[in-house]
Design a protein around this ligand. Structure first.
Ligand code: AHG
Ligand code: MN
Ligand code: MN
Length: 286
């Protein structure tokens, strides 16, 4: 898998350069999940698929920006699923954005996810790579990713990051979020899951949620290339995940490559609380 990791690192360096110096035009195509595709999403996807297509141990590529799976080498072992640019609508305001990759062995199924990594394009270029344990890396002045430390979550955090708008949340979700604020959690939400989840991981805990909403009953975030790669990292860091009901996002069933799901990532305390609210064991009105 080393060749895949090395190729992905090169892609991230290229995307980082592009983000710094490219213009911010809009393309007029719509992707499978209905978002208006920004030009930078398409360019990032091209950078990645061009480089990864050359590797003979990749069976197929799945990208947020491609409607269909891109089949490469039929007998190869790995399928790489990725979100080439996460939080792309925030590039114009110069917020941190990212890229997310999940590496699956042979088929797309939660239990076949064998490694995941993501990059944060912020003031610095950082990478979190996880096989058995998640490690933080940072690009140095010689353009090398240097290992900084292992990431571990504590049992309870202080950050509350939740997506969507309050008017489209369920009463259950409203009560959960109010409860966290009553317990002195701080709101920290930028609108790029990479940056928001990275903050929780680096600060050692908290809750990130993107719930079911009236507009998107199955949530907004995509299972194969956004949710599962982060679930892998969070659980290996000692954290927990849920869709509100399941005791891990790894029990989700995948029926399509662009499938979405409500999702919750956090420390033990917060995910236990999420499930108590969603399973109806706690029923607080605001
Ligand atoms: P993308 O830029 O790949 O489409 O992803 C954006 C996602 C995710 O990063 C973020 O958590 C969420 O959209 C934000 O959505 P809301 O503005 O609805 O909270
Ligand atoms: Mn995304
Ligand atoms: Mn994206």
């Amino acid at each position: 898998m080393d060749n895949i990791l090395n190729a992905i690192k090169e892609c991230a360096k290229e995307i980082s350069q592009m983000l710094k110096y490219c213009d911010f035009g809009y393309s007029n195509t719509i992707n499978k999940t209905g978002d208006t595709q920004l030009k930078l999403d398409v360019l990032s996807d091209e950078i990645i698929s061009k480089k990864l297509s050359k590797l003979d141990n990749i069976k197929a590529l799945i990208s947020e920006e491609k409607d269909e799976i891109l089949n490469l080498n039929e007998n190869a072992k790995f399928i790489v699923a990725y979100d080439p640019l996460d939080g792309s609508s925030l590039v114009d305001v110069n917020f941190s954005v990212g890229s997310i990759f999940g590496i699956y062995d042979s088929k797309i199924s939660p239990k076949n996810l064998v490694a995941s990594l993501y990059f944060v394009y912020g003031p610095r270029l950082e990478m979190v790579f996880c096989l058995d344990k998640p490690y933080l890396f940072r690009l140095d002045e010689n353009s090398e990713f240097i290992k900084i430390k292992e990431l571990k979550l504590t049992q309870k955090g202080k950050i509350n990051a939740t997506g969507g708008s309050q008017w489209e949340w369920s009463d259950t979700h409203k009560s959960l979020i109010q409860n966290l604020f009553n317990e002195k959690y701080r709101l920290r939400y930028s609108g790029a899951m990479v940056a928001d989840l990275h903050q929780i991981l680096l600060k050692g805990g908290g809750l990130f949620s993107y719930p079911s909403t009236t507009n998107a009953p199955n949530g907004k975030l995509r299972v194969v290339f956004e949710i599962l790669p982060f679930a892998y990292i969070f659980e290996k860091a000692g954290g927990f995940t849920s869709d509100g009901f399941l005791d891990t996002l790894f029990n989700l069933e995948i029926s399509s490559i662009h499938q979405t799901s409500p999702c919750f990532f956090g420390s033990k305390f917060e995910i236990q609380k999420v499930r108590k609210f969603y399973l109806g064991e706690i029923n607080e009105s605001n």
